[in-house]
Structure formats: C-alpha cells, structure tokens
Write a protein that binds this ligand. Structure first.
Ligand SMILES: Cc1cc2nc3c(=O)[nH]c(=O)nc-3n(C[C@H](O)[C@H](O)[C@H](O)COP(=O)(O)OP(=O)(O)OC[C@H]3O[C@@H](n4cnc5c(N)ncnc54)[C@H](O)[C@@H]3O)c2cc1C
Length: 417
C-alpha cells in the first residue's frame, strides 16, 4: 500500500494527516520537535509553574475548515464558545467600554446603537463594500483610513489581529474572506471559540489520538534534512539518522514553515519577511469581574491589543510587534500591566508574576507583495504537495488557513493516481 509522508506536525500537517487517515490512507507523520502543534501549542512554564499556551489563539465557528477538523478529531467540546457572539472592547484613552454584538445573516445589528460601535453611524459600515472592489495591491489603510472611528475601532484592530501585519502594510485582499466567514454568515458563524484547557488539548492531542487509532505512524525528533528527487518525483527523504526510500506510489506533503521549505526545495520562492507576536501571561491575584460577555477583551489605545482570561491567567497579545519584540521584560511588563489593570478594572499597583513570550516568526508579513510569493499546493514534482498557513490559500496565515492548506494537500495527494 502506498504511504503519504507528511513532514511538519503543525496544524497544516495534522489536518492533512487526519483527512488522509480518515479516508483510509496510510500516513507517516514526521516532526522535527519532540511535540506536535508547531506555532499552536501548550507547555508547562517554569516561571509561572503552570501550563500555558505559546500565544492566545482565537477561532470562530464560521471557520469551517477548522470546525470540520475539530469535529473529525472529536474536539468541538474542548472550547469555550459563548452562545451569542459578543466582543467587549475598552478604549484606554477615553475610558469608553462597549460590546459589539453582531447578529443575523443580514447585518441589521449595525442599525442598533446598542449593538454597533459607539460613535459610528449605520452608513459608516457601507465602507465594507470596498472590500469587494479594492485593488489587488491595496493595503488596509489605503482602503479604510478615511473611516474615522470605525477605522480605529474596527478595521485597524481586525487587520492587526487577523493578518498580524499593520494596517498600513497589510493586504486588504485577505480581509474579505475573514469578514465573509465571520461576519457575513449570521451570528452562529461569529461565535468566538477559545481553547478551554489549552491549545494542545484542543487542537493537537485529539488529532494525535485519532491518528494513532487509525494506525498512522508518528515520528517525533525527525528533522527532514534533504529531499531526494528522481524522474520528476520525490524518491526519498533524509532525516540524518534515518532515510526513507519512496515506493512508486508514495507521496510527500511538506507542511513546514516557509524558510524551512525554501531550504529543502531550492528554487521555491517563499514569502521571506516575518512578523512577530508578543504574549504576556499574568498570574492575577484573583479572577476579575469584567468582562462578563466573553473570556477576552479588545484593547484600543494601549500596547496590549487583546487580553484573554482563563481563570486567573490574563494573557495579553501584541500582534505585528516588530517595534517591541527586542524590548526586555523590565521594559514591557510595567506597560503591559498598566494596560491589563485598566482594561480589566483590577486595582493593583505592582505587576503580578508574569511571563513574556516572543514568537519572532509568528506569521509571514501579509503584504500585497508577499501574497505574490505564496506557492500553490501542487509543485513541479508530481508526488510533492505543499501545505502551511503561508501557502496560497487565499486566507490569512491563521488556524483556518493552515487547516485549509492541509485539507487541500490531502485532496491533491489522493487525486494522484
Ligand atoms: C503567538 C501566536 C498567536 C497566534 N494567534 C492566532 C489566532 O488567534 N488565530 C489564528 O487563527 N491563528 C493564530 N496564529 C497563527 C497560527 O498559529 C498559525 O497560522 C498555524 O499554527 C500555522 O500552522 P502550520 O502548520 O502552517 O505551521 P507550523 O505551526 O509552523 O508547523 C510547522 C511544523 O513543521 C515543523 N518543521 C519545520 N521544519 C521541519 C523539518 N525540516 N522537518 C520536520 N519538521 C519540521 C515545525 O517544528 C512545526 O511543528 C498565531 C500564531 C502565533 C505564533
């Protein structure tokens, strides 16, 4: 029986493996690290003495590829998912607090002053139509920056959160699928989902269990060093201490980040520039009483952009964090704590125990120019397929994009006769 070899056990590789194993295909999954999950994982942090995530991850019910994956691995119930979509925000400069409550297939909610962003008018939301006509090389700021409050309170935070790239540089083309999948499909699609216990418990461990049950081979601490080619096909894999020789019908799905793929496949053009994300986990003295509507709050006008709550742990996200990634914890913690304390209305003068996490290459910079460098699933080699959030999915580099890319690669691998 032919084997589909999948290299990289991030969400793209896991999604490909799950799809193939579910279709009765034999798979072998190889991962350089001693754990799966890649950029979406949990671990025990020595500073806090607690299990934490490598960074806050937000998903929506409308992320249909991700939701399908979670259903297959039996993990849908491993998420906190408010019954109604509600997005609490605070503006640290003005002190204003509000909750955006998108609802209904037709966005009637923009006509309700209690549901829309304060200070905005229903007509302001018509600007969303520009997403359909924006030029391919336009940025988010070029498209929406004349939008006043709606730009500051909606387009800019949405851009930074979904593209991990500043609105001045981010490609507007990537926002249309986000808006359509999350806000254009009714309130069910807009319900946020947050891993209940941890990213690994929700996205990764159930997938590994599923693969094991299906007889998949899982190989950790296997870093692919080189790919061998013969007659326009992949003929083998070199892991240093181990070599795999391909049978005639074997296939390879390469689901590694762009820099690794570029090293393994000389001549492959990949997006080179990466954007960092900064996360800080604060161990609060007690569980805060706000927000009630959701286990997170969007923060405007501070260094912190989002604060997620899991019990007493308040986790702060700073996306597109190039200006801050080289700062020391001594510089970052007091400022972030000031933002968190104000956002959560916690009275405490000195920061509680805190762990700063830096993901320097969290995603590629999702600029209009970089989109031209995203490769397709199929390659010049008949039995080699690419997956990863950076490949040409038409979606931003997110969980949804990564899982979609894995599903597409699995489909292409199955179509090869
Ligand atoms: C801090 C942070 C916050 C984020 N927040 C969100 C969010 O809120 N919502 C959202 O949707 N997305 C978010 N993302 C993005 C999301 O995590 C990624 O898009 C997704 O996890 C990428 O999955 P992937 O499989 O494409 O890549 P990766 O997770 O990078 O997986 C690639 C795997 O390949 C392995 N590998 C590399 N080279 C080799 C080799 N030579 N041999 C074998 N294995 C190799 C790596 O070790 C890794 O495990 C966030 C990312 C970060 C870092």
């Amino acid at each position: 029986m032919s084997v589909v070899h999948i290299v990289g056990a991030g969400l793209a590789g896991l999604a490909a493996a799950v799809r193939l194993a579910g279709a009765g295909r034999q798979i072998a999954l190889y991962e350089a690290a001693n754990h799966a999950g890649g950029r979406c994982r949990s671990y025990v942090d020595a500073t806090l003495g607690k299990r934490v995530d490598n960074g806050n991850h937000l998903l929506f019910r409308g992320n249909r590829e991700a939701f399908g994956y979670l259903k297959t691995i039996g993990a849908v119930d491993r998420f906190l998912c408010p019954n109604e979509p509600a997005f609490p925000f605070v503006d640290l400069e003005s002190g204003d607090r509000w909750v955006v409550r998108p609802s209904g297939l037709v966005p009637w909610w923009v006509f309700s002053s209690s549901r829309r962003i304060p200070g905005t008018k229903p007509a302001d939301y018509l600007a969303a139509l520009r997403l359909f006509v924006a030029k391919r090389d336009a940025t988010i700021a070029e498209t929406f920056a004349d939008g006043g409050l709606l730009y500051r309170y909606f387009w800019e935070p949405l851009a930074v959160a979904s593209l991990n790239t500043s609105a001045e540089r981010g490609a507007v083309r990537l926002l249309l699928p986000v808006v359509l999948r999350i806000f254009g499909k009714g309130s069910e699609a807009a319900r946020p989902m947050i891993a209940r216990d941890g990213l690994s418990e929700s996205f990764v461990d159930p997938a590994l269990n599923y693969l094991q049950q299906k007889g998949g081979q899982l190989h950790f601490t296997h870093r692919l060093r080189a790919v061998a080619f013969a007659d326009g096909r992949v003929s083998g894999l070199d892991f240093g201490t181990r070599r795999v020789v391909f049978g005639e019908k074997d296939r390879l799905i390469l689901a590694v980040p762009p820099a690794n793929a570029g090293d393994l496949l000389p001549g492959l053009a990949t997006p080179k520039e990466a954007e960092p994300i900064l996360n800080a986990h604060f161990d609060l003295p007690e569980v805060p009483s706000w927000p009630h509507e959701a286990p997170f709050v969007g923060v405007i006008g501070g260094l912190a952009q989002w604060v997620f709550l899991r019990g007493r742990i308040a986790s702060v996200t700073v996306s597109a964090a190039a200006d801050h990634i080289d700062k020391t914890p001594e510089e970052l913690v007091p400022k972030l704590w000031e933002d968190v304390a104000q956002a959560l209305q916690v009275t405490s003068s000195s920061p509680p125990p805190c762990r700063i996490l830096k993901e320097r290459r969290a995603t590629f910079s999702q600029t209009p120019a970089a989109l031209l460098l995203r490769p397709k699933t199929r390659t010049q080699y008949a039995n080699l397929f690419l997956a990863g959030d950076w490949t040409d999915t038409g979606l931003p580099a997110t969980i949804e994009g990564a899982i979609f890319s894995g599903h597409r690669a699995a489909k292409a691998a199955m179509q090869l006769s």
